[in-house]
Write a protein that binds this ligand. Sequence first.
Ligand SMILES: NC(=O)c1ccc[n+]([C@@H]2O[C@H](COP(=O)([O-])OP(=O)(O)OC[C@H]3O[C@@H](n4cnc5c(N)ncnc54)[C@H](O)[C@@H]3O)[C@@H](O)[C@H]2O)c1
Length: 327
Amino acid sequence: MRVGMIGLGNMGSAIANLIAGNGYEVLGWEYNADIVQEINSDHLNSRYLPDIDLHENLSATSELQKVAGQSQIIFVAIPSAFVKPTLEPIRYQMNKDSVLVNMAKGIDGKTGLTSYQTLSLLFPGNSILMLSGPTIANEFARNMPTVVVLAGEHRQDLLSVARLLDNNCFRTRFSDDTTGVELGGILKNIYTIGLGLFDGKDITSVNFRAAYLTIAMEEIAKMGSAMGARIETFLYLAGIGDLLATSLSEHSHNRKMGTYLAQGLSLDEIRSKMGVLPEGYNTLQIILYVAEKLHVSMPLAKGLWDVIHGRYDAEYFIESFIKDFVV
Ligand SMILES: NC(=O)c1ccc[n+]([C@@H]2O[C@H](COP(=O)([O-])OP(=O)(O)OC[C@H]3O[C@@H](n4cnc5c(N)ncnc54)[C@H](O)[C@@H]3O)[C@@H](O)[C@H]2O)c1
Protein backbone atom coordinates (compact mmCIF):
# COMPACT_ATOMS: atom_id res chain seq x y z
CA MET A 1 0.00 0.00 0.00
CA ARG A 2 1.44 3.38 -1.03
CA VAL A 3 0.32 6.34 1.03
CA GLY A 4 0.53 10.01 0.05
CA MET A 5 0.42 13.11 2.23
CA ILE A 6 -0.23 16.56 0.81
CA GLY A 7 1.39 19.03 3.21
CA LEU A 8 4.06 18.17 5.76
CA GLY A 9 3.19 20.93 8.21
CA ASN A 10 2.32 20.21 11.84
CA MET A 11 -0.67 17.92 11.13
CA GLY A 12 0.63 16.37 7.90
CA SER A 13 4.00 15.43 9.42
CA ALA A 14 2.38 13.98 12.54
CA ILE A 15 -0.11 11.79 10.60
CA ALA A 16 2.52 10.80 8.02
CA ASN A 17 4.91 9.79 10.81
CA LEU A 18 2.17 7.81 12.58
CA ILE A 19 1.44 5.85 9.39
CA ALA A 20 5.16 5.39 8.66
CA GLY A 21 5.65 4.08 12.20
CA ASN A 22 2.79 1.62 11.62
CA GLY A 23 4.88 0.07 8.85
CA TYR A 24 3.71 1.78 5.63
CA GLU A 25 5.76 3.73 3.07
CA VAL A 26 4.59 7.36 2.97
CA LEU A 27 5.51 9.94 0.33
CA GLY A 28 4.66 13.50 1.36
CA TRP A 29 4.47 16.60 -0.80
CA GLU A 30 5.64 19.78 0.88
CA TYR A 31 5.51 23.41 -0.31
CA ASN A 32 8.76 24.45 1.42
CA ALA A 33 11.85 23.00 -0.31
CA ASP A 34 14.01 23.29 2.85
CA ILE A 35 11.59 21.00 4.70
CA VAL A 36 11.69 18.42 1.87
CA GLN A 37 15.48 18.44 2.13
CA GLU A 38 15.56 18.18 5.94
CA ILE A 39 13.07 15.28 6.04
CA ASN A 40 14.95 13.31 3.39
CA SER A 41 18.43 13.89 4.76
CA ASP A 42 17.95 14.13 8.56
CA HIS A 43 14.46 12.63 9.17
CA LEU A 44 13.47 15.82 10.97
CA ASN A 45 10.98 18.65 10.41
CA SER A 46 12.35 21.28 12.73
CA ARG A 47 9.93 24.02 11.62
CA TYR A 48 6.61 22.23 12.02
CA LEU A 49 7.27 19.25 14.30
CA PRO A 50 10.42 20.02 16.32
CA ASP A 51 12.07 17.42 18.56
CA ILE A 52 10.38 14.46 16.86
CA ASP A 53 12.48 11.87 15.04
CA LEU A 54 10.67 11.00 11.83
CA HIS A 55 10.45 7.40 10.67
CA GLU A 56 12.61 6.25 7.75
CA ASN A 57 9.46 5.06 5.93
CA LEU A 58 8.54 8.74 5.44
CA SER A 59 10.09 10.59 2.50
CA ALA A 60 9.27 13.99 1.01
CA THR A 61 9.04 15.54 -2.45
CA SER A 62 8.31 18.91 -4.05
CA GLU A 63 6.60 17.19 -6.99
CA LEU A 64 2.89 16.87 -6.38
CA GLN A 65 2.32 14.65 -9.45
CA LYS A 66 4.49 11.96 -7.86
CA VAL A 67 2.19 11.78 -4.83
CA ALA A 68 -0.97 11.88 -6.96
CA GLY A 69 0.24 9.27 -9.42
CA GLN A 70 1.71 6.73 -6.99
CA SER A 71 -0.56 6.64 -3.94
CA GLN A 72 -3.65 4.56 -3.29
CA ILE A 73 -4.65 6.64 -0.26
CA ILE A 74 -3.86 10.37 -0.16
CA PHE A 75 -4.29 12.56 2.93
CA VAL A 76 -4.77 16.33 2.53
CA ALA A 77 -3.22 18.38 5.35
CA ILE A 78 -2.78 21.94 4.11
CA PRO A 79 -4.78 24.93 5.38
CA SER A 80 -8.14 25.24 3.61
CA ALA A 81 -7.15 28.42 1.72
CA PHE A 82 -4.46 26.42 -0.16
CA VAL A 83 -6.52 23.35 -1.04
CA LYS A 84 -7.94 24.62 -4.36
CA PRO A 85 -4.82 26.42 -5.67
CA THR A 86 -2.59 23.46 -4.76
CA LEU A 87 -4.76 20.64 -6.10
CA GLU A 88 -6.45 22.21 -9.12
CA PRO A 89 -3.33 21.82 -11.34
CA ILE A 90 -3.37 18.03 -10.78
CA ARG A 91 -7.11 17.46 -11.08
CA TYR A 92 -6.69 15.32 -14.22
CA GLN A 93 -3.66 13.42 -12.90
CA MET A 94 -5.35 11.88 -9.89
CA ASN A 95 -5.87 8.14 -10.17
CA LYS A 96 -9.64 7.49 -10.06
CA ASP A 97 -9.14 4.61 -7.60
CA SER A 98 -7.26 6.73 -5.06
CA VAL A 99 -9.08 7.41 -1.80
CA LEU A 100 -8.67 11.00 -0.53
CA VAL A 101 -8.78 11.83 3.18
CA ASN A 102 -9.36 15.47 4.06
CA MET A 103 -7.96 16.84 7.31
CA ALA A 104 -8.20 20.59 6.54
CA LYS A 105 -10.73 22.34 8.75
CA GLY A 106 -11.85 25.54 7.14
CA ILE A 107 -13.70 27.44 4.43
CA ASP A 108 -11.95 28.98 1.42
CA GLY A 109 -12.56 32.72 1.72
CA LYS A 110 -12.51 33.14 -2.08
CA THR A 111 -15.00 30.39 -3.03
CA GLY A 112 -17.00 30.03 0.20
CA LEU A 113 -16.54 26.24 -0.06
CA THR A 114 -15.36 23.88 2.66
CA SER A 115 -12.26 21.81 1.86
CA TYR A 116 -14.37 18.65 1.52
CA GLN A 117 -16.64 20.44 -0.97
CA THR A 118 -13.60 21.73 -2.89
CA LEU A 119 -12.12 18.22 -3.12
CA SER A 120 -15.49 16.80 -4.20
CA LEU A 121 -15.68 19.31 -7.07
CA LEU A 122 -12.06 18.80 -8.15
CA PHE A 123 -12.17 14.99 -7.93
CA PRO A 124 -15.79 13.95 -8.55
CA GLY A 125 -14.86 10.33 -9.33
CA ASN A 126 -12.86 9.69 -6.14
CA SER A 127 -14.00 8.42 -2.77
CA ILE A 128 -13.36 11.21 -0.23
CA LEU A 129 -13.28 10.74 3.55
CA MET A 130 -13.08 13.22 6.43
CA LEU A 131 -10.69 12.75 9.35
CA SER A 132 -11.49 14.96 12.31
CA GLY A 133 -12.04 15.06 16.08
CA PRO A 134 -9.76 16.06 18.95
CA THR A 135 -6.44 15.70 17.11
CA ILE A 136 -3.78 18.07 18.42
CA ALA A 137 -0.82 17.00 16.27
CA ASN A 138 1.81 17.87 18.88
CA GLU A 139 0.13 15.43 21.27
CA PHE A 140 -0.36 12.30 19.16
CA ALA A 141 3.10 12.88 17.59
CA ARG A 142 4.34 12.09 21.13
CA ASN A 143 2.15 8.99 21.41
CA MET A 144 -0.42 10.63 23.69
CA PRO A 145 -3.70 8.70 23.46
CA THR A 146 -5.95 10.02 20.70
CA VAL A 147 -9.34 8.94 19.32
CA VAL A 148 -10.53 10.42 16.01
CA VAL A 149 -13.50 10.16 13.67
CA LEU A 150 -13.26 8.97 10.08
CA ALA A 151 -16.33 9.74 8.02
CA GLY A 152 -17.26 8.48 4.59
CA GLU A 153 -19.81 6.58 2.55
CA HIS A 154 -17.92 3.38 1.77
CA ARG A 155 -17.20 0.97 4.61
CA GLN A 156 -14.32 -0.67 2.73
CA ASP A 157 -12.52 2.69 2.34
CA LEU A 158 -13.05 3.53 6.02
CA LEU A 159 -11.51 0.18 6.97
CA SER A 160 -8.53 0.64 4.61
CA VAL A 161 -7.74 4.07 6.07
CA ALA A 162 -8.29 2.95 9.67
CA ARG A 163 -5.79 0.13 9.13
CA LEU A 164 -3.09 2.72 8.34
CA LEU A 165 -3.78 4.82 11.42
CA ASP A 166 -4.79 2.55 14.30
CA ASN A 167 -2.29 1.44 16.92
CA ASN A 168 -2.16 1.22 20.72
CA CYS A 169 -2.21 5.03 21.13
CA PHE A 170 -4.30 6.16 18.15
CA ARG A 171 -7.77 4.81 17.29
CA THR A 172 -10.41 5.68 14.72
CA ARG A 173 -14.20 5.56 15.06
CA PHE A 174 -16.47 5.62 11.98
CA SER A 175 -19.29 7.91 10.95
CA ASP A 176 -21.31 8.30 7.75
CA ASP A 177 -22.08 11.98 8.43
CA THR A 178 -19.25 13.64 6.46
CA THR A 179 -21.07 17.00 6.59
CA GLY A 180 -21.38 16.95 10.38
CA VAL A 181 -17.85 15.69 10.95
CA GLU A 182 -16.42 18.43 8.73
CA LEU A 183 -18.62 21.21 10.15
CA GLY A 184 -17.78 20.29 13.76
CA GLY A 185 -14.08 20.82 12.96
CA ILE A 186 -14.70 24.01 11.00
CA LEU A 187 -17.19 25.81 13.25
CA LYS A 188 -15.35 25.20 16.50
CA ASN A 189 -12.52 27.51 15.30
CA ILE A 190 -14.86 30.52 15.59
CA TYR A 191 -15.56 29.89 19.26
CA THR A 192 -11.90 29.16 19.99
CA ILE A 193 -11.15 32.75 18.93
CA GLY A 194 -13.75 33.78 21.54
CA LEU A 195 -12.15 31.70 24.25
CA GLY A 196 -8.81 33.38 23.51
CA LEU A 197 -10.52 36.75 23.85
CA PHE A 198 -11.70 35.82 27.34
CA ASP A 199 -8.23 34.48 28.22
CA GLY A 200 -6.76 37.82 27.21
CA LYS A 201 -9.12 39.55 29.65
CA ASP A 202 -8.21 37.07 32.42
CA ILE A 203 -11.67 35.51 32.47
CA THR A 204 -10.47 31.96 32.86
CA SER A 205 -12.69 30.48 35.58
CA VAL A 206 -13.94 26.95 34.99
CA ASN A 207 -17.58 28.00 35.53
CA PHE A 208 -17.31 30.65 32.88
CA ARG A 209 -15.50 28.44 30.36
CA ALA A 210 -18.04 25.67 30.85
CA ALA A 211 -20.94 28.07 30.26
CA TYR A 212 -19.26 29.61 27.22
CA LEU A 213 -18.36 26.28 25.59
CA THR A 214 -21.84 24.85 26.24
CA ILE A 215 -23.49 27.80 24.56
CA ALA A 216 -20.94 27.66 21.73
CA MET A 217 -21.79 23.97 21.22
CA GLU A 218 -25.49 24.78 21.07
CA GLU A 219 -24.81 27.39 18.37
CA ILE A 220 -22.57 24.97 16.40
CA ALA A 221 -25.20 22.22 16.51
CA LYS A 222 -28.01 24.61 15.49
CA MET A 223 -26.05 25.94 12.50
CA GLY A 224 -24.61 22.55 11.58
CA SER A 225 -28.00 20.88 11.48
CA ALA A 226 -29.39 23.74 9.37
CA MET A 227 -26.53 23.01 6.92
CA GLY A 228 -27.47 19.34 6.63
CA ALA A 229 -25.52 17.64 9.44
CA ARG A 230 -27.01 15.21 11.96
CA ILE A 231 -27.30 16.83 15.37
CA GLU A 232 -25.91 13.79 17.24
CA THR A 233 -22.60 14.14 15.36
CA PHE A 234 -21.93 17.28 17.42
CA LEU A 235 -22.35 15.37 20.68
CA TYR A 236 -19.38 13.15 19.85
CA LEU A 237 -15.68 13.45 19.00
CA ALA A 238 -15.94 15.70 15.92
CA GLY A 239 -18.25 18.11 17.77
CA ILE A 240 -17.86 18.58 21.49
CA GLY A 241 -14.57 16.59 21.45
CA ASP A 242 -12.89 18.89 18.97
CA LEU A 243 -14.37 22.04 20.53
CA LEU A 244 -12.92 21.09 23.93
CA ALA A 245 -9.52 20.02 22.57
CA THR A 246 -8.96 23.10 20.43
CA SER A 247 -10.32 25.61 22.92
CA LEU A 248 -8.27 24.23 25.77
CA SER A 249 -5.06 23.69 23.78
CA GLU A 250 -2.26 26.19 24.05
CA HIS A 251 -1.20 25.26 20.52
CA SER A 252 -4.32 26.76 18.88
CA HIS A 253 -3.71 29.63 16.40
CA ASN A 254 -7.39 30.63 16.67
CA ARG A 255 -7.14 30.98 20.43
CA LYS A 256 -3.99 33.07 20.01
CA MET A 257 -5.87 35.40 17.66
CA GLY A 258 -8.47 35.93 20.41
CA THR A 259 -5.81 36.93 22.95
CA TYR A 260 -4.43 39.48 20.47
CA LEU A 261 -7.93 40.92 20.00
CA ALA A 262 -8.25 41.26 23.77
CA GLN A 263 -5.02 43.26 23.76
CA GLY A 264 -6.64 45.66 21.27
CA LEU A 265 -4.59 44.64 18.20
CA SER A 266 -6.14 45.38 14.80
CA LEU A 267 -6.66 42.72 12.12
CA ASP A 268 -3.61 44.03 10.20
CA GLU A 269 -1.47 43.88 13.33
CA ILE A 270 -2.63 40.33 14.05
CA ARG A 271 -1.98 39.31 10.43
CA SER A 272 1.55 40.67 10.56
CA LYS A 273 2.26 38.95 13.91
CA MET A 274 0.84 35.57 12.83
CA GLY A 275 1.78 35.61 9.12
CA VAL A 276 -1.77 34.65 8.17
CA LEU A 277 -5.12 34.97 9.95
CA PRO A 278 -6.25 31.65 11.45
CA GLU A 279 -8.92 29.62 9.65
CA GLY A 280 -11.63 30.64 12.15
CA TYR A 281 -11.62 34.17 10.76
CA ASN A 282 -12.72 33.25 7.20
CA THR A 283 -15.13 30.74 8.66
CA LEU A 284 -16.75 33.38 10.83
CA GLN A 285 -17.18 35.79 7.93
CA ILE A 286 -18.76 33.20 5.63
CA ILE A 287 -20.86 31.42 8.23
CA LEU A 288 -22.60 34.63 9.31
CA TYR A 289 -23.63 35.17 5.69
CA VAL A 290 -24.90 31.58 5.38
CA ALA A 291 -26.69 31.86 8.75
CA GLU A 292 -28.57 34.91 7.51
CA LYS A 293 -29.68 33.05 4.38
CA LEU A 294 -30.83 30.05 6.44
CA HIS A 295 -32.54 32.23 9.10
CA VAL A 296 -30.35 30.84 11.88
CA SER A 297 -29.51 33.17 14.72
CA MET A 298 -25.87 33.03 15.90
CA PRO A 299 -25.59 35.74 18.58
CA LEU A 300 -22.25 34.56 19.93
CA ALA A 301 -20.59 34.40 16.51
CA LYS A 302 -22.12 37.75 15.54
CA GLY A 303 -20.84 39.33 18.77
CA LEU A 304 -17.31 38.07 18.05
CA TRP A 305 -17.49 39.52 14.54
CA ASP A 306 -18.49 42.90 15.97
CA VAL A 307 -15.54 42.84 18.39
CA ILE A 308 -13.13 41.94 15.57
CA HIS A 309 -14.42 44.88 13.52
CA GLY A 310 -14.36 47.36 16.36
CA ARG A 311 -18.14 47.74 16.67
CA TYR A 312 -18.03 46.72 20.33
CA ASP A 313 -15.11 46.52 22.64
CA ALA A 314 -14.22 43.20 24.24
CA GLU A 315 -15.59 44.32 27.66
CA TYR A 316 -19.01 45.04 26.18
CA PHE A 317 -19.06 41.64 24.45
CA ILE A 318 -18.17 39.87 27.71
CA GLU A 319 -20.76 41.83 29.69
CA SER A 320 -23.51 41.11 27.18
CA PHE A 321 -22.48 37.44 26.98
CA ILE A 322 -22.98 37.12 30.75
CA LYS A 323 -26.23 39.10 30.83
CA ASP A 324 -27.93 37.89 27.66
CA PHE A 325 -26.70 34.37 27.04
CA VAL A 326 -26.05 32.85 30.46
CA VAL A 327 -29.61 32.86 31.77
N1 LIG B 1 -2.06 21.11 13.69
C1 LIG B 1 -3.07 20.38 14.19
O1 LIG B 1 -3.02 19.92 15.34
C2 LIG B 1 -4.28 20.09 13.34
C3 LIG B 1 -5.19 19.15 13.77
C4 LIG B 1 -6.30 18.84 12.99
C5 LIG B 1 -6.49 19.47 11.77
N2 LIG B 1 -5.60 20.41 11.36
C6 LIG B 1 -5.86 21.05 10.07
O2 LIG B 1 -4.82 20.69 9.17
C7 LIG B 1 -4.60 21.76 8.25
C8 LIG B 1 -3.11 22.11 8.29
O3 LIG B 1 -2.84 22.61 9.58
P1 LIG B 1 -1.38 22.60 10.22
O4 LIG B 1 -1.52 22.93 11.64
O5 LIG B 1 -0.66 21.34 9.83
O6 LIG B 1 -0.71 23.82 9.46
P2 LIG B 1 0.81 24.28 9.46
O7 LIG B 1 0.79 25.76 9.55
O8 LIG B 1 1.61 23.52 10.46
O9 LIG B 1 1.33 23.82 8.02
C9 LIG B 1 0.96 24.54 6.89
C10 LIG B 1 1.15 23.68 5.65
O10 LIG B 1 0.72 24.45 4.53
C11 LIG B 1 1.75 24.47 3.55
N3 LIG B 1 1.75 25.73 2.81
C12 LIG B 1 2.20 26.96 3.21
N4 LIG B 1 2.04 27.86 2.22
C13 LIG B 1 1.48 27.19 1.19
C14 LIG B 1 1.06 27.59 -0.12
N5 LIG B 1 1.18 28.83 -0.56
N6 LIG B 1 0.51 26.63 -0.90
C15 LIG B 1 0.36 25.36 -0.47
N7 LIG B 1 0.75 24.93 0.76
C16 LIG B 1 1.30 25.85 1.57
C17 LIG B 1 3.02 24.35 4.38
O11 LIG B 1 4.07 23.96 3.58
C18 LIG B 1 2.59 23.29 5.39
O12 LIG B 1 2.65 22.01 4.84
C19 LIG B 1 -5.49 22.92 8.70
O13 LIG B 1 -6.65 22.97 7.92
C20 LIG B 1 -5.84 22.58 10.15
O14 LIG B 1 -7.10 23.07 10.53
C21 LIG B 1 -4.50 20.73 12.10
